[in-house]
Unconditional design. Structure first.
Length: 104
């Protein structure tokens, strides 16, 4: 297995991460591009093997700080479930295609 992913692989990963955000849609945005600013940062957290708690913190930041949702237990649970889903998806990508290396 290769230790780096091609540009095409990265494009595909970004697309799938974007689709995950769109399906999660915590801010109930109608525009498909509402979460585009968070795709690369989310991927970087996965690729850098950051903890699930760090990713949950990122999702909390997006939902509560960037989109201004009111914090409550249900949203906290939804954010944590989304983070677990993203990490499971990324783990599956690594199992199928190998770990990503530094492209530089």
């Amino acid at each position: 297995m290769a230790d780096t992913w091609s540009r095409e692989d990265m494009k595909e990963l970004r697309h799938h991460m974007r689709m995950l955000w769109i399906s999660f849609n915590p801010a109930n945005k109608k525009a498909d591009n509402a979460y585009d600013d968070y795709v690369d940062e989310g991927l970087k957290l996965c690729m850098d093997k950051k903890s699930i708690n760090e990713f949950i913190g990122f999702v909390d930041w997006v939902t509560y700080k960037k989109f201004g949702l009111e914090r409550d237990r249900d949203q906290d649970d939804a954010n944590a479930a989304f983070a677990r889903k993203v990490y499971a998806w990324y783990r599956d990508c690594e199992l199928l295609f190998g770990s990503v290396g530094d492209e530089n």
